[in-house]
Design a binder for this molecule. Structure first.
Ligand SMILES: Cc1ncc(COP(=O)(O)O)c(C=O)c1O
Length: 412
């Protein structure tokens, strides 16, 4: 099997092209390429479930082999895999402290950790969010509000389903404790420009900020440290090809050891010297990010994400972003030439949109015709189908997909 290092070495520093991807990167993905070949489908749902490397399965197998062969000594390679996972995510998001990233099985679990640890200024925690958050955060926040655990305020989008940093910043009041906002919105792909101003405004009002970076991390460069955000959440299901359960919470460095911010979503892996099994009357947390861990970790989820993270970091987020922009421009041109309407305005994440009244039905129709993607409603209830090419898609596939989409779009 070709290693990621060899593949990336062969690629050199040149920008990505279809020919270079085919020559150097495709050998890392033989299983998924064969499967797509057998199905005859054109997979353009890379913004949803990213396609795995061959090594992904090997890594999981190796981690399981350690269990069979080494029993409890398997914790040595397993601990190393956990450390690598946290370090790779930290690099991906521009977080200088590797331990400031802790594994969560969902991004929502990271949000709940934050909701549960904050002390409200008033009787209840007051949270401000947008109507454009993904269902994970949206549902969790509504459930907390319904239970009387938080007060929840929403920011509406403009008439085009877009959000503006200055509007969000201007909506934060002294009564708010927390703001939860996406850096790239899941339904429209809009990148929230000026998110740092939102963080700054939150801090000026004595509130904290959680950034949902699920559609940013791996799709475009990120600077968590530079954003000064208190927390970020995200996961590896999409752009980093890590499957489900490989999510994370990142904590700003100066919060790591703040006594007022000790998480109650905790467990014995957060104890100082947790394998020492010593006890005291108080809960003594491990220093730094280790004190933000929980119980016995869901190890295989992290192992499953290592190859994808190494791949994205090895090829380089900048280079992948540029190639995604090139591919999207090609796809948008073909779609327009074939007569479909396209929303591909910048700045946006990794996918473009084709508007449609019923995204679920349109997505199913496209799947029947061999194009795999999905659709969502924007905050105004307008439907779109999302299209995200990746390094495994060819221009020929995109041209064929454009014809199928445009035909279905004209006469659904
Ligand atoms: C913006 C955003 N946040 C979060 C998630 C997933 O959240 P969770 O890991 O809690 O299921 C997604 C998944 O599509 C998403 O698009």
């Amino acid at each position: 099997m070709v290693s990621i290092e060899q593949a990336v070495g062969g690629l050199g520093n040149a920008p990505l092209t279809e020919e270079r991807c085919r020559q150097h990167l495709w050998p890392l993905f033989t299983r998924t390429i064969e499967a797509v070949g057998r199905s005859g489908e054109i997979y353009l749902a890379n913004h949803s479930l990213g396609r795995p490397l061959d090594r992904t399965a090997e890594d999981v197998r190796t981690a399981l082999d350690a269990w069979y062969e080494r029993l409890d000594r398997a914790w040595e390679p397993w601990s190393e895999a956990m450390r690598r996972y946290r370090g790779l995510v930290a690099r991906l998001i521009g977080c200088s402290r590797e331990d400031a990233v802790v594994h969560k099985v969902s991004a929502g679990q990271g949000l709940r950790t934050v909701l549960n640890l904050l002390e409200p200024k008033g009787a209840r925690l007051r949270v401000l969010t947008t109507r454009g958050e993904f269902d994970a955060c949206d549902f969790i926040l509504k459930a907390y509000a319904q239970k009387g655990r938080i007060d929840l305020d929403f920011i509406e989008s403009d008439e085009r389903g877009r959000y503006h940093a200055d509007v969000i910043a201007g909506s934060i009041t002294d009564r708010h404790d927390l703001i939860v906002v996406s850096t790239t919105f899941f339904s429209t792909g809009q990148v929230l420009e000026g998110v740092d101003r939102v963080v700054e405004a939150a801090h000026a009002r004595g509130a904290m900020a959680v950034l949902d970076t699920y559609h940013t991390a791996g799709a475009m460069p990120m600077d968590f440290d530079g954003s000064r955000a208190d927390f970020a959440i995200g996961g590896n299901y999409k752009y980093t090809r890590g499957g489900s359960g490989a999510c994370w919470l990142a904590i700003r460095e100066d919060h790591l050891d703040d006594e007022r911010l000790r998480p109650i979503d905790t467990g014995w892996f957060a104890k100082a010297d947790h394998f020492g099994f010593t006890r005291s009357d108080a809960a003594h947390y491990a220093p730094g990010g280790d004190g933000w861990q929980e119980g016995t970790p869901a190890l295989l989820c992290m192992v499953q994400a290592l190859a994808g993270l190494e791949f994205v970091l090895g090829v380089g987020v900048d280079r992948l972003r540029q190639y995604n922009l090139d591919q999207r421009a090609f796809l948008a041109d073909r779609l327009r030439e074939c007569g479909a309407e396209v929303v591909d305005d910048e700045p946006r994440g990794a996918f473009l949109l084709v508007p449609t009244a019923d995204p679920g039905e349109f997505g199913s129709l496209l799947r029947e015709r061999g194009v795999v993607t999905d659709g969502r409603l924007d905050p105004r209830g307008k439907g779109h189908v999302r299209f995200c090419p990746d390094v495994l898609n060819t221009r020929d596939e995109m041209s064929r997909a454009a014809e199928i989409v445009a035909r279905a779009w004209a006469t659904p």
